[in-house]
Design a protein around this ligand. Sequence first.
Ligand code: SF4
Ligand code: SF4
Ligand code: SF4
Length: 176
Amino acid sequence: MNLSAILAKKFFEYLLAEKNSAQRRQNAGRTTPLLPPWASAAEAFRRLCNGCGACAQACGSGIISMDKDGFPIVDFKQGSCTFCGDCARSCLTGALQFDPEQKPWTVAARISENCLLGSRVLCRTCGDCCEHGAIHFPLAEGRRPQISPEQCTGCGACVSVCPVGAVSLATCNKGE
Ligand code: SF4
Ligand code: SF4
Ligand code: SF4
């Protein structure tokens, strides 16, 4: 192979790596839009939320942003939820209602078929990040991790750490 062919090959490999990396960043934390914790049921939430953004400003973890329609959504690409309740306490309209006696949400992690273990590549990153021991790794090779819905709090700590964006959170907010 002559020099120009080697350089062309290297350049192609570089472009491919960049493309894969961009795709991973894009995939990381991709979820169905998730309302902040202690949100009212979706319909009531849309009626009550005036888009003031107080919840997003109150979130010390920086995981709440406003969507294109002006409603708050949780994005685990920036971090995880500590369930401090600051977002819900800052809401004056009742769209979010902090109640320590109530579960903040019914959300659990999901692992897609993109998981590296499905390709027999060793990875336990999500499990290492889960403080709640909710991610279980089957002994059989090529099997994806299993999430225990009883142990998963929906904190989202496992989302951004997955190198292939295979973890997402499925939501079922109060009353849905
Ligand atoms: S409970 Fe705390 S960490 Fe979680 S979204 Fe609300 S303000 Fe952010
Ligand atoms: S971090 Fe991602 S690739 Fe690794 S085991 Fe978990 S889901 Fe699979
Ligand atoms: S969302 Fe939190 S509790 Fe659930 S599996 Fe991920 S890290 Fe564990």
